[in-house]
Design a protein around this ligand. Structure first.
Ligand SMILES: Nc1nc2c(ncn2[C@@H]2O[C@H](COP(=O)(O)OP(=O)(O)O)[C@@H](O)[C@H]2O)c(=O)[nH]1
Ligand SMILES: [Mg+2]
Length: 496
């Protein structure tokens, strides 16, 4: 278990802001070190894949940008990441961004993100997979490591390949175990319950008029798809729902409008599993199968299988404030995501991924700077109690798991406020676009999912606070909460 989240001291913001990042800029310490080392033959090119995921807006882009910036800044300001062993023990020699080389995936836009944050503003929305490599050169810990490094004359080196991919994609894993008919029935059942029934009214009306055994029509299939996507978007953006399948309907990435995407669930009677040729049902089922093969299975086989460490970011506070339906839905989404870290025999993954798999996964409640210091461990505890983590931890074949709360960029300060005659801890920050600061108070964050009768009305407008002034040169780093602890859990063993 990680210690209680703690807040880093905020560094002085005394550096001049420049409008670009100069990567050729090197600290004197690093310049000296690199002269002594033969950079070309550093010990063996070890690589570890660190995958970062989470639903849209959970904080992936900001997390990776801040993590890289803080790692690059460590040579100057080790106080930014003291709980990352390799930094705290003063063993880090240098961290550098690797060139793009011939990487397969689009490059993670670290430079333009940090420039944007220096304005200050938040980086642009992203909806696709990307990667970036960070090369860490360090003095090994322990006698054997020191001895080896003494013999070869080189420090140890590890390239961390960070991959950012939409958490929505993990929601599709369960589809691999379902046929189209079964998926349709399950989806329509959930569409008729609770808030969904209201949001999906238009789509359900359309489905009632188009039977699966009607003659296939390209036009009807596309209309069904468009209406289903409209429902998904509304459910996400206006109601804060998360368990929305298929994941690529909301996060297409560069996929664009390929025809096999144009499917949607239809009304299919219990017991029916196949469709006569040239019916609407057959067309939908065919597209569903191609989608599973081309998108879902392929992601696991081509990408996911390489990852050995994973962090899943969750905006727990937003889910909590968005009300009971949204919160329960986030729990369903988390449980579905957990399936990707179960590797026992007989599971969907055991057939898809042979060989090594993710061995450590950290679930992190992000944007912990939205609540005062004393509430941050509550945020982590609530996340721990939201999903079936204990069942995952029981089996040793599964990934090792931990839960924490973090803030990639502290954008608020602590304050107090008198509410109903009581002095309460609040956070204060400047909402984007506002000239003045405002205080934000969320009440007590419960450590367990609230009882059915304890819910208030949904609140979907969590303020977006402006990030602090950030020096885009990797010197001072960015004030954060628990980034160093998170990285120590995920990669500490590889940096010894
Ligand atoms: N206050 C605060 N806001 C954050 C933090 N991380 C992310 N955010 C906010 O969440 C938004 C979405 O983050 P982003 O990283 O783009 O999410 P992604 O869609 O998962 O990549 C950002 O634009 C910020 O407004 C944080 O550490 N603190
Ligand atoms: Mg992003």
């Amino acid at each position: 278990m990680l210690p209680v989240p703690r807040k880093n001291a905020r560094g002085a913001m005394g550096f001049k802001m420049s409008s670009f990042v100069n990567l050729s800029w090197l600290s004197p310490i690093f310049a000296q070190a690199s002269e002594r080392l033969n950079l070309g033959e550093l010990a063996g090119g070890a690589t570890v894949w660190l995958a970062v995921t989470g639903l849209s807006r959970s904080g992936k882009t900001v997390f990776i940008t801040s993590l890289i910036h803080n790692l690059l800044s460590c040579a100057h300001n080790p106080n930014r990441m003291p709980l990352l062993g390799v930094v705290g023990e003063r063993r880090l020699i240098a961290a550098t961004v690797e060139g793009a080389g011939a990487n397969r995936l689009p490059r993670f836009a670290y430079l333009s993100n940090i420039e944007k944050m220096a304005i200050p503003d938040w980086p642009a929305r992203t909806a696709d997979i990307s990667e970036i490599g960070i090369e860490m050169r360090f003095a090994p810990a322990g006698t054997l490591g020191k001895l080896l490094s003494g013999i070869t004359g080189s420090p140890a080196s590890l390239t961390i390949r960070i991959v950012d991919y939409p958490g929505e994609w993990l929601l599709d894993l369960p589809l691999l175990a379902q046929g189209y008919a079964e998926w349709s029935r399950a989806t329509l059942r959930s569409l008729r319950k609770g808030v969904r029934a209201e949001i999906a009214r238009d789509f359900l009306g359309f489905v009632a008029e188009h039977r699966a055994d009607a003659t296939a029509s390209e036009e009807v299939a596309k209309q069904a798809h468009d209406r289903y996507c409209a429902y998904l978007l509304e459910a996400r953006d206006r109601h804060g729902l998360s368990f929305l399948q298929p994941g690529r309907f909301l996060c297409r990435g560069t996929l664009g409008e390929v025809p096999y995407l144009w499917f949607a669930p239809l009304e299919i009677a219990e017991g029916v599993d196949t469709f006569a040729p040239h019916t609407l049902g057959a067309l939908m089922a065919e597209r569903f199968e191609v989608y599973k093969r081309e998108q879902v299975a392929r992601f696991y086989q081509d990408h996911f299988r390489q990852y050995s460490r994973q962090i899943v970011l969750v905006d727990v506070l937003r889910a909590l404030l968005a009300g009971r339906d949204a919160f329960d839905d986030t729990r369903l989404a988390l449980d579905a995501m957990l399936e990707s870290f179960r590797y026992g025999h007989g599971g969907i993954l055991s057939k898809l991924l042979l060989g090594p798999h993710i061995d450590k996964v950290l679930f992190a409640a992000t944007k912990a700077d939205h609540v005062p210091d004393i509430q941050r461990d509550h945020l982590a505890a609530l996340l721990r109690n939201m999903a079936a983590f204990p069942a995952l931890e029981l089996r040793s074949s599964n990934a090792q798991l931990d839960v924490t709360a973090l803030a990639s960029v502290i954008s608020t300060a602590e304050d107090t406020q008198e509410i109903d005659g009581q002095r309460l801890q609040v956070v204060v920050g400047r909402p984007v676009g506002s000239k003045t600061q405002s205080k934000f108070f969320v009440g007590n964050v419960p450590i367990r999912p609230p009882r059915a009768d304890a819910w208030g009305s949904p609140f979907l407008n969590v303020p977006v606070f402006e990030p602090p002034a950030i020096d885009p040169s990797p010197v001072d780093g960015i004030a954060h909460i628990n980034l160093d602890l998170a990285l120590e859990f995920l990669l500490g063993d590889r940096l010894r």
